[in-house]
Each structure stands twice: as structure tokens, then as C-alpha cells.
Design a protein around this ligand. Structure first.
Ligand code: FES
Length: 81
């Protein structure tokens, strides 16, 4: 089976920078096979988000994503990507 890593171009950005609960997180060479749920629980030790049904039906794994605008001094959410 082909690894997900082999599908990423060599010149692709290898660093993720984002904020979790207002704290800056810099992740070098993130593993594309990790889910956000796994990352939050295992890497950041934020265990409030749970694995429930695993099918999108219960909402236990829900994560709120928002964007802060310094110019407007406001938070935009939910952020649809
Ligand atoms: S685990 Fe149930 S919706 Fe994600």
C-alpha cells in the first residue's frame, strides 16, 4: 500500500503553525496520517475532545475552529475551510 507521505510533493510546506486555545503551536514535519483528534489528545494532551462513534454521528470529536482578526479585534467563527 502506498504511504500518504509519498503523495506529498518535495517542495510542499513542511511546517504547520496554528493556535490552540490561544497558544501558538509550531509543528515541524507533521504526520499527514494523524487525525486532528489524535493530535490534540496524544501530542497536546488535550483530552476534552473524545472519540465516540467514529462515524460523525455523536459529536464527541467536535472541534471549534475560529479566526481572530487583529484589525477588527473580533473573532470569526465557525471558520469554514
Ligand atoms: S466520534 Fe462521533 S462524531 Fe466524531
Amino acid at each position: 500500500m502506498e504511504s500518504v507521505n509519498s503523495l506529498i510533493p518535495d517542495d510542499a510546506q513542511k511546517t504547520l503553525i496554528f493556535f490552540v486555545n490561544g497558544k501558538k503551536v509550531i509543528e515541524e514535519n507533521p504526520d499527514p496520517e494523524w487525525t486532528l483528534l489524535f493530535y490534540l489528545r496524544k501530542k497536546l494532551l488535550l483530552t476534552g475532545t473524545k472519540y465516540g462513534c467514529g462515524e460523525g454521528g455523536c459529536g464527541a470529536c467536535t472541534v471549534m475552529i475560529s479566526q481572530y482578526s487583529k484589525i477588527k479585534d473580533s473573532i470569526k467563527y465557525p471558520l469554514y475551510m
